[in-house]
Design a protein around this ligand. Structure first.
Ligand code: NAP
Length: 321
C-alpha cells in the first residue's frame, strides 16, 4: 500500500462559498499558509443565484460572477486551491482532512461548508426527482416552457425562483404554509406584480402524483382542513436549508437543526476550529454575512496561532523557536 502524501498548512478552509473565500483572503493576507478545499466546484450556493442586488458595491450582479471575483481575489494572494475532493475522513481534534491519497494537516481549520436545500419529505418527492421535482430553477426551468408549475415556500429563494420560472412557464403557483411571506419586501412586491404567479396561502403539499412525470400535487388547506388537487407539470420545493455537516457530526456542538454553534470569535466547541457562513447558527444567511464571518474566523485563526507561538517561545529558549 502506498503512503498518503502529507500537506501541512497553518489554515485549512473547508468550503468555497463567500465565507470560505473571504476566510482564505484574510488568512493568507494575515501570513498564514492557507489552503481552500471543496468537494464540489468552487463558488458554493450563491453561484446558483440569478441576481444578487444587496452585496454592497454591486447594485446587480449574478451569483456566479460575484463568486468568480471572490476566487480571483484569493488567487491574487496565492491561496492553494483543491476543488472536487473526495474527502474520506475529517478529524477535527487532530485537525486532519483525509482524501484517498492525501492527508491535509492544519494548525487551524475553518468550516465554511454552507447548507443545501431541505426536502419536503412527502410521498412522490423522491420518486419524481428529476422527472418533475427539481431543486434548481436555473438548471431545469427551461424544460417547462408553457407548462404549469408549483413552487413551495415563502422565503427569498421560493419567490425569486418562482419569478424566474415565469420566464418559461405559463403559470406558477406559490404554495405557502401560512399568511404572510418570509421573503424581503421588495421581492414580495415583484412577485405580487407578476401576473403569471398565483399565491396559495395556508396550504401544504401532502403528495406528488403522476405516471411517468409529475401530473398533480395533493394539497391541504390548513384553515379548512380541505384536501384538493392541483394539476402541475413540475414542483420546485424551496423550503430552506440544511447545514452541510455530515463529515463533522458528533465532533462539535451543533443546535437541534444541525447548525454549528460558535462563540463571539466564531470558534466552535473544538479549539482552533472555526465556523463561518450558512453552516453555523446565525440569524442571517446572506453573502455579506458569510463573507464577514470568513474574515472574523481568519482573524481568530491568526490570533490563535500567535498565542500558540508565544506559548512555545515561553517554553523553549528564543534561539530555538
Ligand atoms: P428561508 O428563508 O428559511 O425560507 C423557507 C420558507 O419555506 C419559509 O417561508 C418557510 O415557511 C417555508 N417552509 C419551511 N419548511 C417547510 C415545510 N416543511 N413545508 C412547507 N414550507 C416550509 O429559506 P430560503 O428562502 O431558502 O433562504 C435561505 C437564506 O438564503 C435566507 O437567509 C435568504 O434570505 C437567503 N437568500 C438570499 C437571496 C438573495 O439575497 N438574493 C436569495 C435566496 C436566499 P415559514 O415562513 O412559515 O417559516
Amino acid at each position: 500500500m502506498t503512503e498518503k502524501k502529507e500537506l501541512i498548512y497553518d489554515c485549512l478552509i473547508l468550503g468555497s462559498g463567500p465565507a470560505g473565500f473571504s476566510a482564505a483572503i484574510y488568512a493568507q493576507r494575515g501570513n498564514l499558509k492557507t489552503a481552500i478545499l471543496d468537494i464540489n466546484m468552487f463558488g458554493g450556493q450563491p453561484s446558483n443565484y440569478l441576481e444578487i442586488e444587496n452585496y454592497p458595491g454591486f447594485s446587480s450582479i449574478s451569483g456566479y460572477e460575484l463568486m468568480e471575483k471572490f476566487e480571483q481575489h484569493a488567487d491574487k494572494f496565492k491561496v492553494d486551491k483543491f476543488p472536487m475532493l473526495e474527502i474520506e475522513n475529517v478529524n477535527l481534534q487532530k485537525k486532519e482532512i483525509e482524501t484517498k491519497d492525501t492527508i491535509f494537516k492544519g494548525k487551524t481549520i475553518i468550516i465554511a461548508t454552507g447548507a443545501q436545500a431541505k426536502q419536503l419529505n412527502i410521498e412522490g418527492e423522491a420518486e419524481f426527482k428529476g422527472r418533475g421535482v427539481s431543486y434548481c430553477a436555473i438548471c431545469d426551468g427551461a424544460f417547462y416552457k408553457d407548462k404549469t408549475l408549483a413552487v413551495v415556500g415563502g422565503g427569498n429563494s421560493a419567490l425569486e425562483e418562482a419569478i424566474y420560472l415565469t420566464k418559461f412557464a405559463k403559470k406558477v403557483y406559490i404554495i405557502h404554509r401560512r399568511e404572510g411571506l418570509r421573503a424581503d419586501k421588495l421581492v414580495c412586491k415583484r412577485a405580487c406584480e407578476n401576473n403569471k404567479l398565483e399565491f396559495i396561502m395556508c396550504t401544504i403539499p401532502l403528495k406528488i402524483e403522476g405516471t411517468k412525470t409529475v401530473e398533480k400535487l395533493i394539497l391541504k388547506d390548513l384553515n379548512t382542513d380541505t384536501i384538493k388537487e392541483l394539476n402541475v407539470d413540475g414542483v420546485f420545493p424551496y423550503i430552506g436549508l440544511k447545514p452541510n455537516t455530515d463529515m463533522f457530526n458528533g465532533q462539535l456542538e451543533q443546535n437541534q437543526n444541525g447548525f454549528i454553534e460558535t462563540d463571539v470569535n466564531l470558534q466552535t466547541s473544538v479549539k482552533g476550529v472555526y465556523a463561518a457562513g450558512d453552516v453555523r447558527n446565525t440569524p442571517l444567511r446572506q453573502v455579506i454575512t458569510a463573507a464577514s464571518d470568513g474574515a472574523i474566523c481568519a482573524n481568530s485563526a491568526v490570533k490563535y496561532l500567535e498565542a500558540y507561538d508565544d506559548e512555545l517561545k515561553n517554553k523553549y529558549p528564543s534561539n530555538i523557536i
